[in-house]
Write a protein that binds this ligand. Structure first.
Ligand SMILES: Nc1nc2c(c(=O)[nH]1)N[C@H]1C(S)=C(S)[C@@H](COP(=O)(O)O)O[C@H]1N2
Ligand SMILES: [Mo]
Length: 432
């Protein structure tokens, strides 16, 4: 026998010993997170050598830019005709938020919304023009822009239409389609206030127009207070350059505010004393109320949350009574930091506090968790988030009383999953 064969023999003898010893333990061990009986002594996955353990793998530089394991092929952005205006360029790729871990969305899965397709811009031929009510109007190359001192901040971007198709009732038995118009990343760029200090903002500048260089030439108007607070021009996304889908080479980021204001492929910023609404804005985001009046502008996104596990895509059908299972989800607020999240098992009659996991940052996704002993009973499972601005998610009933059902935007009513006795999960709304 060679040394290699010998050590393999020893290894599998070790594995057999393990099973002999644990077999006696398993009889007495109580059901924990995973019951010891789940181990089978003849499980080929542990007793047999696999091809990946017996032959050399790929050269380490085979993928000069790495890609996920082929077994993760289901973890993808998805879109539907329902959310497209008749073509796939003016469309929305929904983020698989049920597969997300922690609070950072990998760049390849970041939700993507474009009105005129995804532009592919040569950074050498791209400029940022800054003009209007500034002392020193400028046209910056990308290299010049990056000479300003940079900051790195974690923030979500959410389309205010996230969940918007569901004002009248559930439309999608899927968390990806019901709530996937958002993602969260660590952005690197420069605060606009830093650039404006250098350029000298004139005192009567009250509004900023941001324009994109893509075929939609998206133009949005932003009040100056937000510009001077935490607005950024960003070029970095999770440690690398922005992806084309996110506006490469640069985009505007207005932390916590409507995604549509975060103009991608940013090429021009103009400052003025009057808003640009009628003149240069290309899109309208208004909300029709029951009294027939419309809210013309709302900017910051309200406190919100969603349970991502379980969900229709991740049911509890393989759980047994008595199993301990982790309920997980995401909470976020465009108005501050998440203070707490409560969970209800009975459609909002009773609430119990969940735990916030990992980093809890302002205007960022915040992960929550609750360990639950599965009972195989039907549930109405909901989460309700609170932020440090003093806001709490409304019930769907209350939200409808105030806003009716004609609005598309800013739905943040408490979402509910119906968990059946078999552990299947359905999208429902509690209206009482
Ligand atoms: N230039 C430009 N910027 C744009 C858009 C666009 O079509 N063109 N879409 C906006 C909308 S409606 C949203 S919700 C966000 C989405 O950002 P994301 O694609 O990075 O998720 O980008 C905004 N910025
Ligand atoms: Mo959007």
């Amino acid at each position: 026998m060679t040394n290699e064969q010998e050590s393999k023999k020893l290894e599998s003898a070790g594995r057999r010993d393990f099973f002999k010893k644990t077999a006696s333990v398993s009889a007495v061990a109580a059901a924990g997170i995973v019951a010891p009986s789940a181990l089978l002594a003849d499980d080929p996955a542990i007793m047999e050598e696999k091809p990946w353990g017996t032959s050399l793998g790929d050269p380490v530089t085979k993928n000069r830019y790495g890609i996920p394991s082929a077994y993760e092929h289901n973890n993808i952005r998805r879109n539907t005709k329902l959310l497209s205006s008749g073509n796939w360029q003016a469309s929305i790729a929904m983020c698989p938020i049920h597969e997300s871990m922690g609070i950072i969305t990998p760049n390849g899965l970041f939700f993507s919304r474009a009105h005129g397709g995804v532009a592919h811009i040569d950074p050498n031929e791209h400029r940022l023009m800054i003009h209007g009510l500034v002392e020193k109007p400028l046209v910056l190359t990308m290299d010049q822009l990056k000479r300003y001192p940079s900051v790195t901040r974690t923030h979500f971007i959410e389309c205010p239409a996230n969940g918007g198709p569901e004002w009248r009732g559930p439309q999608f038995n899927s968390v990806q389609f019901a709530k996937g118009m958002m993602s969260c990343a660590e952005w690197t760029g420069v605060y606009l206030k830093t650039i404006l200090k250098d350029l000298g903002l004139k005192p009567d500048a009250r509004w900023m127009l941001a324009e994109g260089a893509d075929s939609s030439h998206m133009g949005r108007t932003v009040p100056i207070d937000k510009v001077l607070d935490d607005a950024m021009v960003v070029w970095g996304q999770n440690g690398e350059a922005l992806r084309p889908e996110q506006g490469y080479p640069i985009r505007l980021l207005l932390p916590g505010w409507e995604g549509n204001l975060c103009v991608k492929w940013l090429c021009r910023l103009e400052f003025a004393s009057e808003p640009f609404y009628a003149k240069e804005e290309t899109a309208k985001y208004t909300a029709l109320k029951p009294d027939g009046k419309a809210i013309q502008h709302f900017y910051a996104l309200e406190v919100n949350s969603i349970i991502t596990s379980p969900c229709p895509e991740k049911p509890w059908t393989d759980l047994k009574k008595g199993d301990l299972v982790e309920i997980q989800g995401l909470a976020w607020s465009g108005q501050g930091t998440i203070e707490g999240v409560d969970i209800s098992f009975d459609g909002g009659k009773n609430w119990t506090e969940a735990k916030l996991k990992g980093l809890v940052l302002p205007k960022s996704w915040t992960r929550f968790s609750y360990m639950y002993k599965y009972e195989g009973k039907p549930l109405l499972l909901s989460s309700r988030a609170r932020d440090d601005a003093g806001h709490i998610q409304p019930t769907v009933k209350h939200e409808r009383e105030v806003m009716g059902v004609e609005s598309v935007y800013h739905r943040n009513g408490i979402a509910t999953w119906e968990v059946t006795a078999k552990g299947e999960v359905n999208n429902v709304q509690v209206l009482s």
